[in-house]
Each structure stands twice: as C-alpha cells, then as structure tokens.
Design a protein around this ligand. Structure first.
Ligand code: GAP
Length: 513
C-alpha cells in the first residue's frame, strides 16, 4: 500500500487526540487491555460497535438489498454469503496465498524485533559518503521520533541526513546500519519472505495433514461457492456475491491504531461478468464505490480515487487489468493517503484456479444461456475494510471546538451516528422524566437513542457532542403546557421547537430521508 506514512504533521488534529477520545468514550479499546493488550488486535466498545454496525449495515443495504442500477440501467443482482473462516487448505494453494502471500522481512539479531523491509527507512548522515565507519540509522517509516534519543547522543541531525528506503540499499551495506531497536550496527538480517497467513491445526494431531489457515480475505469463500450460488439462486451473469466477515493477517508491523490490524473485517463483493465486459463494469464499480464512501460522510478533500501503477498490481491481475484504490487522508498518512477499499478486475483467475485445483477443470465453466456460450466469468472485486472505514469516519467526524464544554464534537452523518438522538428532561421532576421516558420508549423501537436524566443539561449536551449524537430533544416546562420539545442541532447548536408527536417523523427524515 503506497502513501501510507509521512513525517508531515497531521493537517487538522492529532491522531493521539482521536485515539484518546475513542478510548474515553468507548469507541475502540485495545483487545485484552487488562493484560496490557495484544499488538494488532482491537475491541469496539458500545459506541464503536454501533458506528461500525451502521457502516456495515449501510454497505449491505446499498450493495445487496438495494444497489444502484447497473450501467445498462437495469437493477443489479447481488446475493449474500456467509462462509467459514477456516476452509480446506487447498483453497489457499489454489488462490496463490500459500506461495505468494508474503512480505519481505528483516530480523534484528540484537533486539529480536522483526520488521517489514519496505517499512524501514535508513538515515544516512552526510559525512557517511566519505567515511565508511559512519553508521546509518534505520527507523520504521513515520516513526523517526522513536530513534530521536539515539540520534541526539550521536550528535546526528536528521534534517541533515538523506533518507533512503531499506529495500533500495544493497545487503552488503547492512553492516553499517543500526536497527530501529538496536544500539550497534550490523544486526539486521537480509530480507526473508514471511507468509502472512495465521496457521492452526484441525483435530488432535498437529502435523502437515492437519494444518489449516485463518482466511486472509473473505473473497475465497465466495469463489469456492460460486457454483452453488449459480445452481440454487436463479442468478445470471452479470451478478454479484457479497460477504462481510473477519479476515486475519499476521501483519509484521501492525500500526496506526486499527488501520493495520491482525484481525479485521472486510466487506467484499465479487461481481461476475462476461469475459469481454470489464471495460463496462470496472469503471462503473470504481465510480459507484467512490460515491458510496462520499455518501456515508467522507465527502471532502480527504477522500481520493487512485488508479494503480503497473508495478502495484496484485498477483491475480493480468497486464492491462484495472485496479484502483479508494483512499482516505488519515492524520497519520497526511499529506498522503491510506487505502480504504480496492476495486480490482481480478480476471477469471480465481474461478479457473479453483476449477483446476479441484480437478473438474473446464467442466466448471459457466453456461451463459443468452450467449449460448461457456466461459469462466471475469470478476470485478470491490473489497473494503470495515475497520478502516470506521476509522476514517472517526477521523473525519472529529471536530475541535474550543467554545464547547466538551472542546470537541463528532459530526457523524445521522445515518452513521451511533446514537441517533438523546432525550433529556430539563430537570428530574415536575413530570418531565415521565414524558421523556414515554418518548424514549417510542423512539428506541426504531433507533438507538438514549435517555439521559442526570446532571446539568449542559453536561448532558457535552456527552452527546463527544458521542456524535446529531439531535437532542429536551423536555421542559413548556412541553407540559403545549406538547412541544426543543430540538438541539449538534453541528449548528441551533434550537427549534417542534411538537412532540412530530419527533419520530423528524428523525426518520433526517436519518433515512
Ligand atoms: N480480496 C482482496 C483483498 O483482500 P486487500 O487490499 O488485501 O484486498 C481489502 O484488502 C481491504 O481490506 C483493504 O482495502 C483494507 O480496507 C482492508 N485491510 C487489508 N488489510 C488490513 C489490515 N491489516 N488491517 C485492517 N484492514 C485491512
């Protein structure tokens, strides 16, 4: 993934502040935090769970239940699938993951740390050009600060150094490199391939025959069930199969909060088309997926679409096949961007591979009744990350505002907001709590809403601002007289009065309208 990190400052606000809010308000926590956490694994708290669920539900609703019309103006056919995380290991031989799902790694013989070679940058002091004894200093891209003490002690000014990616240096020069966590040169090994799939064993005996893998992508579940879907669902090419589910990758350097995790969730569509139809469908999917991310709240300059260069294409992509990334400018990638979703023309690679590896070969070609022709369909694959999407929503929503008691508010769209509305009796007496509870009971049947009775109304607004609740309905003395409530709009702080009976239709229009 290109453009992931940079030493530039974040454009608007720091990632540390966003991470702190996520922790404080229960969006995201370290997995097993009471034991000190576990690197690359994250849990979603109550607010984070709702936020991520909203994103996944919106995806399902907008691509499976009610997708946009296709390029021919006809309704799209997309069906769902829920396949297993552990599959027959032959799947991963056929897909190319056993042989090819590798990252080049270097180990440090002194610190025992392991790094992705393409994540290491080497600082070369200017005098090193003339003096071969001058050491060079490696650091993990974007984490120059982590070797600041070492550089200060050696009186090395990083500004006066050249920065070179490790893979561009000959292995012979590693003898003069001090690793990110080492204090003497020459401890980095030459790069070795490391397979990213997590392994496990099925049954009581742990040997080659019982070895299995946790899926590194949900896509292969879809490819291997393609034939069952065709035989049972009355779908005809062009059609899609969609799946949301966990994927696992033993990332060497998990980092940037949830961005690069070892356990994460994907939202994938494999869209099957005739072999000659990619020119029509690939740009259609690319543009529609970009528009979808805009629709959930990533509408500004922080979202971009980027076509891949030829040297970035994945192992299944043939020359000329289109691949693009939908990218978001996260605070830790700024001014660069990080990938949210890839849209790839995967050709007929996967279906052919599975047909060959299972021994049925050409017999598994799809029969197109309209064309009276057999073929392996080509695939356009929009593959998105639910965790990266959630993280982008959090970063985009984070809006510092020194004039508010909370100092910040989260401006999620009403559709994405974890809590859609709060119902606040102004004081906990005079019949106001009862009216509030009635409204709460009515609204919670349809949406996640909160009844908050305790503390001053200002403090309650502040809590809702941090949670990103778009509307607060306040029940006050006037409500008891004329059945109106105050609506407080989170972003503008505007207050309006509406009749209490209109609250459900008001919310419906804002969330679903
Ligand atoms: N089936 C194609 C595929 O898996 P990918 O680009 O490797 O393609 C798709 O992954 C999406 O999954 C990415 O765009 C990203 O959003 C998400 N993803 C991949 N690796 C991830 C990781 N280590 N942590 C969080 N999300 C990840």
């Amino acid at each position: 993934m290109a453009n992931e990190t940079s030493t530039q400052p974040a454009p608007v606000h720091s990632m540390d502040e966003i991470v702190a809010l996520c922790r404080r308000r229960g969006f995201i926590w370290q997995s097993s935090e009471v034991y000190g956490g576990i690197n690359g694994f994250w849990d979603y708290g109550p607010l984070g769970t709702e936020l991520k669920r909203n994103l996944k539900n919106a995806w399902w609703s907008d691509v499976v239940t009610c997708p946009p019309d296709g390029p021919d103006g006809r309704p799209l056919q997309i069906v769902g699938l829920d396949s297993t995380i552990i599959m027959n290991p032959k799947v991963w031989e056929a897909s190319g993951h056993v042989a090819g799902f590798n990252d080049p790694m270097v180990d440090c013989r002194q610190s025992k740390a392991r790094y992705r070679a393409d994540h290491l940058v080497v600082l070369q002091p200017a005098e090193g050009a003339t003096n071969a004894d001058t050491p060079w200093y490696a650091f993990v891209e974007g984490q120059l600060d982590s070797i600041a003490k070492k550089l200060k002690k050696a009186k090395v000014d990083p500004e006066a150094c050249q920065q070179v990616p490790l893979p561009e240096l000959p292995v012979a020069s590693y003898a003069r490199i001090i690793g990110p966590d080492a204090d003497k040169p020459g401890t980095l090994t030459e790069p070795r391939q490391f397979n990213l799939m997590f392994e496990t064993w099925i049954g009581a005996v742990r040997d080659e025959d019982s070895r299995a893998y946790l899926r590194p992508e949900t896509a292969q579940g879809i490819f291997t069930q393609f034939w069952n879907v065709v035989d049972t669902s009355r779908v005809k090419v062009p059609f899609g199969i969609a799946q949301v589910g966990k994927a696992f990758r033993n990332e060497v350097t998990p980092r940037n909060f949830t961005f690069r995790s070892r356990e994460f969730e994907q939202m994938e569509i494999e869209f099957f088309i005739p072999p000659d139809a990619a020119a029509e469908w690939y740009p259609w999917w690319r543009d529609n997926r970009f528009a979808w991310w805009q629709s959930v709240g990533l509408a500004g300059d922080n979202l971009q679409l980027r076509e891949h260069e030829a040297d970035e294409l994945a192992h299944y992509a043939r020359e000329g096949a289109g691949t693009s990334d939908i990218e978001y400018r996260f605070p830790f990638t700024a001014p660069g961007f990080g990938e949210l979703e890839g849209v790839a023309h995967r050709t007929d690679y996967d279906l052919r591979q599975h047909a060959e590896h299972c021994g049925k070969g050409d017999k598994l070609r799809y029969f197109d009744t309209d064309r009276n022709e057999r073929y392996f369909p080509h695939v356009i694959e929009p593959s998105a990350g639910a965790d990266r999407g959630t993280l982008a929503l959090l970063c985009e929503a984070y809006t510092p505002d020194p004039d508010r008691p909370s100092g910040v508010y989260m401006n999620f769209t009403p559709r994405m907001a974890p809590i859609k509305a709060a119902i606040l009796p102004l004081v906990a007496k005079d019949g106001m709590p009862e009216v509030a509870e009635n409204l709460y009971r009515q609204l919670r049947r349809r949406w996640p809403v909160q009844l908050d009775v305790k503390q001053t109304v200002g403090k309650r607004y502040a809590r809702m601002d941090e949670a990103g609740t778009p509307y607060c309905f306040t029940i006050d003395g006037q409500t008891l007289e004329d059945q109106t409530v105050t609506v407080r709009h989170r972003d503008t702080l505007e207050q309006q009065r509406i009749n209490i009976d209109q609250v459900p239709s008001f919310l419906e229009q804002k969330i679903e309208g």
